[in-house]
Unconditional design. Structure first.
Length: 189
């Protein structure tokens, strides 16, 4: 059976299983960048990916551009949820592809995918300056304690979920998606 490149290389979760990102090593540094113990502790307590077919309750989210995401916007639409951080090397590879998808879907209007991205950066300003620097225009909110309680980020980063028109999870991915994987998210339309 032929494997896709993504299947062959596997998810970033394989790194966790190798011991490279486990235990105290993860709490000390990720790719040489120090990680605060509170971040590592929160990640250790993070829930697994939601099951395909499960329903998620979307909260209201204040976007970094000052606009507001209302859960009603997703009624009857396919929604892509994407958790990311400006310091995440895997997100740095996936986010440009998410921007391309957003631009293509935006042109389709209400028939296209809806997108909500959630930054887990330490401060909203970090996420906003990163987005401006990179030219990203996809809708992005910041994970506040209230949002984390209402819509907990699953373990890992980046996280990509696709919710169907009925609000049920159609696809749940942990780790970097390759360009062809991001491009195919619109297959759920």
């Amino acid at each position: 059976m032929k494997q896709t490149r993504r299947q062959f290389l596997g998810h970033s979760s394989l790194l966790a299983g190798s011991g490279l990102w486990s235990g105290s090593a993860f709490s000390q540094a990720v790719n040489g960048v120090p990680v605060a113990p509170s971040v590592a502790a929160a990640e250790a307590k993070a829930p697994p990916l939601p099951a395909v077919g499960s329903t998620l309750t979307l909260p209201e989210v204040k976007l970094l551009d000052g606009k507001q995401f209302q859960p009603a916007q997703a009624k009857g639409r396919v929604l892509v949820l994407y958790w990311w951080a400006s310091t995440c090397p895997f997100c740095a590879q996936q986010s440009p592809e998410m921007q391309k998808l957003w631009q293509a879907e935006l042109a389709k209007g209400p028939q296209g995918l809806l997108m909500l991205t959630l930054s887990v950066d330490r401060k909203p300003d970090d996420a906003l300056s990163y987005m401006k620097k990179k030219g990203y225009t996809f809708p992005a909110g910041f994970v506040t304690p209230e949002i984390q309680r209402a819509l907990p980020k699953p373990k890992g980063l980046p996280i990509t979920l696709v919710l169907g028109r009925d609000g049920r999870v159609l696809q749940a991915e942990k780790g970097q998606l390759f360009p062809e994987d991001v491009e195919q998210l619109n297959r759920w339309l």
